[in-house]
Design a protein. Structure first.
Length: 133
């Protein structure tokens, strides 16, 4: 099944101002279904600053066995201790997944022949029941 995937990021751990909190960087790779889609992705550069949204659209993502795998690989690039130890790695804000399967047809209509056959069956059964009793 093919799907469309929107990945929403915003850098909310680091700031745009000129203090210690603005020194941090978060750089990572994004894999979708085991395939590298974004290499050395930096949210601040992509969004044009911290605390701004960045949305990436991936179309025709193949989903197999009903599982969609999205992996964020942080290889130690960027910050490991600024502004505080433990503030590093990717932080996802939202993921939107839309299936690209065709909607069901507007079927459900019963043909005229089927309706006539059903009515004839009901009338026939009714006459048989009346004839027995």
């Amino acid at each position: 099944m093919e799907t469309t995937l929107k990945r929403h990021f915003a850098e909310i751990m680091f700031t745009n101002d000129q203090n210690y909190n603005s020194l941090g960087r978060c750089i990572f790779d994004v894999y979708i279904q085991g395939q590298l889609e974004l290499k050395d992705f930096n949210i601040v550069n992509a969004a044009g600053g911290a605390e701004k949204a960045d949305i990436n659209l991936f179309t025709s993502v193949g989903v197999t066995s009903g599982t969609l795998e999205i992996r964020f690989y942080w290889a130690g690039k960027g910050t490991t201790a600024i502004p505080s130890r433990g503030t590093y790695g990717p932080l996802i804000s939202a993921i939107t997944v839309d299936s690209e399967f065709p909607p069901p047809s507007e079927g459900g209509k019963i043909s005229a022949a089927a309706v006539i056959g059903f009515v004839a069956l009901v009338v026939g059964l009714f006459l048989v029941v009346l004839g027995i009793f």
